[in-house]
Each structure stands twice: as structure tokens, then as C-alpha cells.
Design a protein around this ligand. Structure first.
Ligand code: GLN
Length: 197
């Protein structure tokens, strides 16, 4: 099957690292800032960064509703860290005016790991990723406080949920794009391929 085109939401965050990881995982990767660019991609990655800033810029760039519509319509989306927060139906410890796109029936707590430990790495066993555990890089990372019945928990760390999937929407608290191991991106590229057929 032909190579899928996958966008990386480029309002703020570690866009370049995701573009590189997607290219390694056999996708055509391109930054997405505007609704016209969003319309051209088969799937979308929402990077790590700062979810409050991303939310504000999504409003300013007129991207909030177009993004919500595509997620609702079933476009495959993968969010890392701040991106996970953007995909939560509900967040805790967010800013009062903070918007999310939703997409996963979960409650995510912002900066949940950050209070104890600003940044750390841990070995994570993730369902759906073959070939042994992945190295999880956590940077002021959120965790998933609770999930609805349709959500699959793919990984936990210290008893906290750190990777989930609901249908076409995938999210991790950690940042596979910052490691040389692109198996999580490969899993997402497969989701996008499946969504096109
Ligand atoms: N704490 C950040 C937020 O609230 C997320 C950090 C990250 O993406 N590395 O958006």
C-alpha cells in the first residue's frame, strides 16, 4: 500500500523530532499549522511541549474546531505528553481556560509525575509493541487518572496508566520521539494505514 501522509501539529512543541521519527517509520511526514494542511493528512501526531500554550495557539490559529472535527470523524491521532493532555476528554490541574480536543474517554492529570520528579527515564512494557520494552522518557509528564470502558490501557508505570488507545486515538505520557527507537511510531503508522484501507 502507498505511504501514508502523517502530519505533526506544529503550533508548539517537539515537532522536528516527531517528523524524523515518522519518516523512519515509513510515513510521509509534514508539519500542520492550518486547516488546509490538516485536510491533506491521513493521520496526525500531537507533540510534547506545553499543553496550555498549544491550546491557546490552537484557538488563535483557528485550529480547535477543525481538529475536533477530524478526531470525531475518526482520523488516527497520536499524542505524546502534552499531546496526550490535548486528547483527554477531561483534565485535572489544567489552566482554567485550557481547551482540549478530546477523543479519549479519560481523565488526565497534568504534571502528575513532575511534582515528584521533573524528568526521568523508565523501561515500559507496552501492549502492541513487539520486541521487548521501550525506553520511556518522562518530562513533566501527565498520567491517566481514570479511563472509560472503551479505552484500552497499553502500559503502566508505578501503578499509573501511561499509554492508552481508544479506537483510532493513541496517547503516551512519555516521548518515544526522543529515543532512537521508533516502534511506537511504527505502531501508529500501522493504525493510519489500517484507517485508509
Ligand atoms: N507539562 C506539560 C503540559 O502540561 C507537558 C510536558 C511535555 O509535553 N513534556 O503540557
Amino acid at each position: 500500500m502507498s505511504t501514508p501522509t502523517i502530519g505533526v501539529l506544529a503550533l508548539q512543541g517537539d515537532v522536528r523530532e516527531h517528523l524524523a521519527a515518522l519518516a523512519t517509520a515509513d510515513a510521509l511526514a509534514r508539519p500542520v499549522r492550518r486547516p488546509e494542511e490538516l485536510a491533506e493528512v491521513d493521520g496526525l501526531v500531537i507533540p510534547g511541549g506545553e499543553s496550555t500554550t498549544m491550546s491557546k495557539l490552537a484557538v488563535i490559529f483557528g485550529m480547535l474546531e477543525p481538529l475536533r472535527e477530524r478526531v470525531r470523524a475518526g482520523m488516527p491521532v497520536y499524542g505524546t505528553c502534552a499531546g496526550m493532555i490535548m486528547l483527554a476528554d477531561k483534565i485535572l490541574d489544567g489552566r482554567e481556560d485550557q481547551e482540549t480536543l478530546g477523543g479519549i474517554d479519560m481523565i488526565v492529570r497534568r504534571n502528575a509525575f513532575g511534582r515528584q520528579n521533573e524528568s526521568f527515564e523508565a523501561t515500559i512494557d507496552m501492549a502492541g509493541v513487539e520486541g521487548g520494552p521501550v525506553e520511556g522518557v518522562f518530562i513533566r509528564a501527565p498520567w491517566v487518572e481514570s479511563v472509560g470502558g472503551a479505552v484500552e490501557v497499553l502500559a503502566t508505570h508505578d501503578g499509573h496508566t501511561v499509554a492508552v488507545r481508544q479506537g483510532n486515538v493513541l496517547a503516551t505520557s512519555f516521548h518515544p520521539e526522543l529515543t532512537g527507537d521508533h516502534r511506537v511510531h511504527a505502531l501508529f503508522v500501522e493504525m493510519v494505514r489500517a484507517g485508509r484501507s
